[in-house]
Design a protein around this ligand. Structure first.
Ligand SMILES: Nc1nc2c(ncn2[C@@H]2O[C@H](COP(=O)(O)OP(=O)(O)OP(=O)(O)O)[C@@H](O)[C@H]2O)c(=O)[nH]1
Length: 220
C-alpha cells in the first residue's frame, strides 16, 4: 500500500505491467461534515478504524487488486465547506478530476442526507453541462448506530434509484468488508462508464469515416 498526499491531479490512464493493465481511478468523497468520509477512506487504506481523523483534506494513493488486476486508486477525501452556500459545495475542478464519486451521509443525521440529495443533483446538473458521466455511489454510514437512526434504508435506496446511483449502508467503525464493497462496486461502475464512452467514441469515429467517404463520393 502507498499512502501519499498529492498536490496535483492527473487524468485516468492505463499502463502496462508485464502482461497486465494497471488501471487508475480517481475517487472523490463528498458529503457533510462528521459523516465519516475520513473514516471510510482510512478503513479502505489501512483496514483500521482509528476514531478521530482531524480536518485535513487530502488525496491518497492506494493500490488494490480486483480480479487479479491492479487498480491504482487516488482518493480525494474532501472537506465540506464551512459558511458556504450549498450550491458551492462541489468545485468544477473536483468534478473534472473524478472518475467516480462516493456521497456519504450519516444514517443518524438527517441534514447530512439532505446534503447528499443536493450534491447528487448538483453533480448531475454539472455533468450534463460538462458532458461528463462519473458514476456515483450513495453511502449511508454509521449503521452501527441503529438506535439513533433518522434516515431509513428505504429513503436512501429510493434516492439512489431515482438518481441512478449505487447504494450501500455500512459502518466504517464496525467492518472493513462493507467499505471494500463500496470501492469495488464503484470501480465496476467506472469500468462500465469508460467502456460506454469508448463505444460512443468508436461509433462517432465510424460515422465520421462514413461521412468522409460518402461526402467524397458526392463531390466526385
Ligand atoms: N459510530 C460510528 N462512528 C463513526 C463511523 N464513521 C465515523 N465515525 C465517527 O464520526 C466522526 C466523524 O468521522 P470523520 O471520518 O472525521 O468524518 P468526516 O466526514 O471526514 O468529517 P469532516 O472531516 O468534518 O468532513 C468521528 O468521531 C468518527 O469516529 C461509524 O461508522 N460509526
Amino acid at each position: 500500500m502507498v499512502v501519499q498526499a498529492k498536490s496535483s491531479s492527473h487524468n485516468c490512464s492505463r499502463t502496462m505491467e508485464g502482461n497486465q493493465h494497471k488501471v487508475d481511478a480517481n475517487v472523490l468523497l463528498l458529503g457533510a461534515e462528521n459523516v465519516g468520509k475520513s473514516a471510510l477512506t482510512v478503513r479502505f487504506l489501512t483496514r483500521r478504524f482509528i476514531g478521530e481523523y482531524g480536518d485535513i483534506e487530502s488525496i491518497y494513493s492506494h493500490i488494490d487488486k480486483i480480479d487479479g488486476r491492479e487498480i491504482s486508486f487516488n482518493i480525494w477525501d474532501s472537506l465540506y465547506p464551512q459558511d458556504c452556500e450549498t450550491t458551492e459545495t462541489i468545485s468544477e475542478k473536483q468534478l473534472q478530476w473524478a472518475d467516480g464519486v462516493i456521497l456519504v451521509y450519516s444514517i443518524c443525521d438527517r441534514s447530512s442526507f439532505e446534503v447528499v440529495r443536493q450534491q447528487v443533483h448538483l453533480i448531475r446538473h454539472a455533468s450534463r453541462k460538462m458532458s461528463a458521466t462519473a458514476p456515483i455511489i450513495i453511502v449511508g454510514n454509521k449503521r452501527d448506530l441503529q438506535h439513533q437512526r433518522s434516515v431509513s434504508s428505504e429513503e436512501g435506496r429510493l434516492l439512489a434509484l431515482s438518481e441512478d446511483c449505487g447504494f450501500f449502508e455500512i459502518s466504517a467503525a464496525e467492518t472493513y468488508h462493507g467499505v471494500l464493497l463500496v470501492f469495488h462496486e464503484l470501480m465496476d461502475l467506472i469500468k462500465e462508464s469508460r467502456a460506454l464512452r469508448k463505444g460512443a467514441a468508436g461509433i462517432k469515429s465510424i460515422v465520421r469515416s462514413m461521412s468522409a467517404v460518402f461526402g467524397k463520393k458526392r463531390v466526385e
